[in-house]
Each structure stands twice: as structure tokens, then as C-alpha cells.
Design a protein around this ligand. Sequence first.
Ligand code: MN
Length: 578
Amino acid sequence: MIPMDWDQFNNKLITLGYSENDRLQIEKAFSFASQAHEGQKRASGEPYVTHAVAVATECADLQLDAVALMASLLHDTIEDCGITRKEIAKQFGEDVAFLVEGVSKLGSIRYNDAQRKIESLRKMFLASAKDIRVVLIKLADRLHNMRTIRFVRPEKQKRIAEETLEIYAPIAYRLGIGSVKGELEDLAFPLVYPNEYAWVKKEVDKRVPEGEQYLREEVKHVLERAFVAEHIEPIAIDYRKKHLYSLWKKLLRYDMDMARVTDLLAMRIVVKNIEDCYRVLGIMHQLWKPLPGRIKDYIALPKQNGYRSIHTTVFCVRNKITEFQIRTREMHKEAEHGVAAHWAYIEGEKPKQGGEVAGRMQWVQKLSDWQKEIGTPEGSEEFLESLKIDFFNDRVFVLTPKGEVIDLPMDATPVDFAYAVHTDIGNHMIGAKVNGKMAPFDRPLSSGETIEILTQKNRKPNLEWLSFVKSSIAKNRIRAALRKESSVTPLPAYAQQQKRGTYQFTLTIQDRVGLLKDISAVFSAFRINIQHITFNNTKNKSYPEIVLSAQLRDTKQAERIATRLKNIRDVEEVSYAI
Ligand code: MN
């Protein structure tokens, strides 16, 4: 139920444990939003402010802090009411203004370009939200818009629903917010794929009632008896129905064969602690034989989005294949609320440590090394500060001309960009355009800029680049290219006059199996026999050397062979002499 007025909303906040001080602040934002949206209507005909309250209610359910709740109430006032950021900052402080502005900005990112990769968009979306609360408010906003989408024009419905499936639901998933992800998908599914939805729905409706009865009446009490015998007190023995959209996605992988889906319904057992999770698993496997390969310990190895649980599938009562999910209450809350569960900060509760947030956000870590920046704040002041951590504050996200997002370290330059796209582009770079204008090679890039690299075939990297590039990729590739450049040492002038004779090649190598074979293959290709070969594994050199000699026709041939040798993997340097 969406609260209709302040009293109802206030009651909800009291139930959820928000302090009086918090509620006083939130009430101020509530009246401000009511006034700002005065006279505006939703497509449903309801007063516009009902939307703001619905979004705030969702944020309260996720237990976001008072600042986020105030921002959620005000989230559409900049865009729809002509209120300025300054005004919000003056009335509610910089933090609230920052969040409201962030949510408004996210709203202005457009996804119409089908060419753009969805993955890139997700990254961009997250990168442009400098505070994760902005993303959470935006998700709550989208959730309410999806719940009320039936009032919107049909063509528009489909576009919004597609965007929801492609951008918003995956972000909710990445943040581990299972409740929001599942609902967003199920609301969007019938609008984007109406026929498929109808089919899946029909199939599920055929099977679910019988399955529910089986779990409720046959399985549950067997479990309960076993738990009593083993002195385990479960908090809940329940079941969950698979969301229709994720079921359909699974069916696509299973040739639409419903019989192969074994987790349409799954028994969910919530216990007090991790130890009990494993004891329950043991009990279940004594009762029923597990299906091989179907025991998944997401407690020992959480999913990338932080999901924890133990899953197992067994031949259950009457040999029916049944999935079980075992978890603690905390894991359950995390699975529903995701990042928000660690984020919730209500006065009086002890704030969670930054490190825990870090643990859940492993996928973000892939994009950046922000984790190093996070301390373990003790006071709530510091904790709130840490909530504002820009997950990407040491990364910049720039775009290729095709709209692909390239993720680079802070202060990266066009040269870093070029090497991130492709080694050849870096090696042959002669210039760069940033947002369509020529830019110096060492200009620091900022998020959102579009970079285009100009190349020329015979161009080579410059030693000087090493003084300003930021990414290790660029550094390594530049060094490699320069080494390659200088590593085939030509004969001194006096020797170049020499023609036929015995040439000696010295190769610096990283030894590996098959390397000698690759080297001798080069000589075979020229139909030349190697006369002599020695292997110097000298202690004072970092790399071993191979020295070999052969009769060659002329210097040109030696040059060609040297070049070929240089191209062999693990041959670092080649020089030759007559
Ligand atoms: Mn909105």
C-alpha cells in the first residue's frame, strides 16, 4: 500500500524504525514536494506527488538513510517543477541536492541508440551515478513507473519495458537486489514478449498448484521431524516460485523443455547461523539422495553480486526432483535487498563496516580498484561519508566513436585510450580527437568524453609517451614496441659489405618447450642448416641466450632470418654478426 498522506507515511517510517529526528527532516521534504508538484497529475490521473511518495516508500523498504529518503521525495522537482539545485541545497543541504541532481541527470541519459552495447550502458549508468544511493533511488523510481505503466501510451510502454529489461533489471541484479530485479522483469516481460509470456504463464499455472501442495503437505513435515530429531530450530521453512522472466530465460537454454526445469518451485529453509546451514544440508542428504553436480555452495563461494546460500537438488519424497535453498536470515535479507542491506543506516543501529560493503561489490572491483580507497570507518559521520564514495573515483569512462565504453585509470590520456582499444592503434597513433576536436597526446581524459584516434601505418610509438601514460597496458605495449624496434641490431657498416659467410645469431629468450623447434623451423624455411648451437644460461643475465651459427648467402638473408626469429614467441632480442 502506498501511503496517501504524511500521517500514513510517517506511520510506515515509525514501523521501519526511523528516528524522530529523521522523520522531522523527511516531513519537510514531504511538504516541499507536495507543494512543488501541486496541480500536476500522473498519467493515471492521480496527483503527481503520489509518485514521489511511492518512490520514497520503496526506498524506506530498502531502509535507506534519511538523506536518501528526502532526495527520493524530491527526485522529480528539478526536472518537472523548475526547482533549482540551489534551492534544494538551501532548504535541505548539499547532500540531498547532490542526490536529487544525480537522479535527474541519470534520467537524461538516453538509450535510443540501438548500436550501443547494453553492457556499456550499464557501466556508464553506474559510472555517472557518483553515489550508489542515486542508483537505488533511480531503481525505485523505475519500479513505480513500471507498476503504473498501464496508464501510459502502448508504444511508449514497450520502449520503457525494453529499457527496464536491458538496463534496470540487470543493474538491480548486479547490486544483488533480488526483490527489485524480479519484479521489474515480471512487469516488463508481458510488454516486451507478450506471446512468450502467455505461454510460460500457462505452463506454470498448470504445474504450480500441484507442486505447492507437494512441498506443503509431503516435504515440509518430513523436514520438520528431522529437524526436531537433530535439534535444529529453523526460522522458516517456505518455498519460492521462480519469476516468470528468469524461468523463460532458462527455458531458452533448455530448448523450451519444461520438464528439465527442476526449480520452478524451490524449498527455502532459513536457519540461525552458517553452521546450521551445513547441518541442514547434511540432514537433507541423509534423507534424500542428491543429484550429482547440483550442490552449489554460494556461502563458501558467493556469486559475484554477493548472493549467498546453499543450493542442492535431491530425489525427494516419492523420488521427485526438488531444489532446496538453505540460508541464514541475514543472507535472506541480503538476497532481497542486496547492496542496500549493507547500506541501510538508521540512527541507533551500528553502522556496518566499509569492508563488508566491499565484499558484496566484487563486480565493481573489476571495474576499478576503489576498494583500496575504502577505509573501515568507525563513527557514523565517517560512515555516511563512505556511503558517498564514488565507486569509480579512480577511473574514467570514455567512449569510442561507436559508443563503446572504455574504462581507464584516472588522468588517463588519449595514448592510454588508444592502447586500451587495440595495440595496433596505440602503436600507429599520430593524433587524437576528444569530442571532435584535436587534442594533445597527454591531455587527461574525463568521463563521458568521446575519443577518436588517428593512425598511420608506418608510425611508431615515442619513448616520451612513457612519461605521461597512466595504464600499465599502455606502458608495457610501448616498451614492447620500442624493444622490438631496437632489438634487431643491424650489422655495423664495415660488416655490411661482407656477403657469403658464417653468421652468428644471438637470441635472448624466455625458455619454453618447443622454442628450439620454432627457431630451427625458421632456418628450415630458408633451407639452411644450423651448424652450431649453444645455450648460455649465464647467472649474471636475467634471460638465457641461444647462440647459433649458419652459412648464409648475404647480409640481407641474415636480416630476414633475424626478423623472423624476432617474431617467435618468447624470443626477446636477436642480434647477428658475421
Ligand atoms: Mn520519477
